[in-house]
Design a protein around this ligand. Structure first.
Ligand code: TXA
Ligand code: MG
Length: 365
């Protein structure tokens, strides 16, 4: 299949691009669309067959549910039931963080096909702040189910070129809306009632809406524990699972140990530590500011700096996935070393992704 890439040029009349995207979606095709977090691979959420193709194209296991994008907060009531006890907290969260990088998991309505939620009784809902996504949503008139536009387990794409690398030849259209403004996947929250009877949120995935931002509104609690067996099943993931004929029960997201992984080994190292090199391997470093003891070690075949100068974590977050990709594609590098980041604010989400990316394979000479 030929994949067209259509670029949104703010100086041109690009309405025909939005219309083409909406038409393709209405015909049951898949279209990659920008959001402020990462690019999404969209399908009409009410078309079960189209949604099933998302799993095929991404090679995603059927037990991993998708996020439903809606164009405005009040559309949440079209796809989800908001229990009375959670009304206030849901309103407060959506007023504060939508449109934006927050996904809410709520009991689903029957109109949402089971394939979207992998059979779960809940649906993940999000209003993106990206203008392209919202215009296409309005033209289509249904929610768009869209996971990140990458092959399952790979690094999420933060620009159209990365989507081409991941899904080129598999989908008819990629709408190029430029680089993503946030660069990390949305924070996933499940509103709930805590043991004291107060509204709270379970943080199912860390992201741009941080614990610090949520704390003034409500308590943030950890997701329920996944059993050891389930973790083992999830880590073995897709193919082996399919071969064994096992379909584990769907669980909360972000619990696949090895996720967001480059194809090369990725190692984390503290900025003040000395990195122990293995003879015969070539190393690329991704450093926060490029000024740490680690960065100064002088053994790096390549070094990329997330936020040169004063160092801003938000800038680092926007660039992290793109730099992991650049290192992964650099043929002169065997191992990617990433400097550990401070775990406050968005740093928590970044370290979460990096730990998962480093849980892949050990470097071999
Ligand atoms: O920023 C984002 O969230 C991007 C953009 C495209 O919106 N999307 C994204 O989708 O990261 P994806 O599929 O890569 O990750 C969504 C996560 C999955 O790990 C899935 O397990 C979880 O959301 N999820 C979806 N529905 C859920 C549900 N009903 N309960 C718990 N987790 C759910
Ligand atoms: Mg993803």
């Amino acid at each position: 299949m030929e994949t067209r890439v259509l670029q949104i040029d703010p100086l041109e009349d690009v309405r025909y691009i939005y219309q083409q995207a909406a038409n393709l979606l209405a015909e049951g095709e898949l279209v990659a669309l920008p959001t402020e977090t990462v690019y999404g691979l969209g399908a009409d959420a009410f078309n079960a067959e189209a949604v099933a193709r998302i799993f095929e194209v991404k090679e995603r296991p059927s037990f991993d549910p998708l996020i439903c994008h809606i164009s405005r907060a009040r559309d949440i009531y079209e796809i989800a039931e908001v229990p009375e006890a959670l009304q206030d907290i849901v309103t407060e969260l959506t007023m504060k963080f939508w449109p934006g990088a927050m996904t809410l998991v709520l009991p689903k309505k029957d109109c949402v096909p089971d394939v979207v939620t992998s059979g779960l009784p809940t649906v993940a809902c999000r209003v993106s702040s990206n203008d392209v996504m919202r215009r296409v949503l309005r033209l289509l008139g249904s929610p768009i189910a869209a996971p990140s536009a990458n092959i399952f387990g790979h690094i999420s794409p933060t620009c159209a070129a990365a989507v081409v690398t991941e899904l080129g030849g598999r989908i008819p259209l990629i709408v190029d809306g430029g680089a993503c403004a946030e660069g990390l996947e949305s924070t996933i929250l499940e509103p709930c009632i805590d043991e004291k009877g107060n509204p709270a949120v379970r943080m199912l995935r860390e992201g741009p809406v941080t614990r610090e931002m949520l704390r003034p509104i409500c308590r943030v609690i950890r997701p329920k524990k996944v059993s050891g067996r389930q973790k083992a099943l999830l880590a073995a993931a897709t193919d082996e699972l399919k071969e064994a004929g096992e379909e584990p029960a769907p669980v909360a997201p972000g619990q696949l140990l090895c996720h967001y992984a480059p194809s090369k080994p990725l190692v984390l190292c503290a900025p003040r530590d000395k990195f122990e090199l293995t003879e015969g391997l070539r190393y690329g470093l991704i450093s926060y500011q490029g000024e740490s003891k680690l960065a100064m070690q002088g053994c790096w075949d390549e070094m990329l700096v997330l936020s040169p100068g004063n160092g801003r974590m938000t800038e680092a977050a926007i660039r992290l996935f793109a730099m992991m990709r650049t290192m992964d594609e650099n043929e002169e590098i065997d191992v990617i070393v990433v400097e550990e980041l401070t775990e406050g604010g968005i740093g928590c989400a970044m370290m979460d992704r990096l730990r998962r990316a480093s849980a892949g394979r050990a470097p071999k000479a």
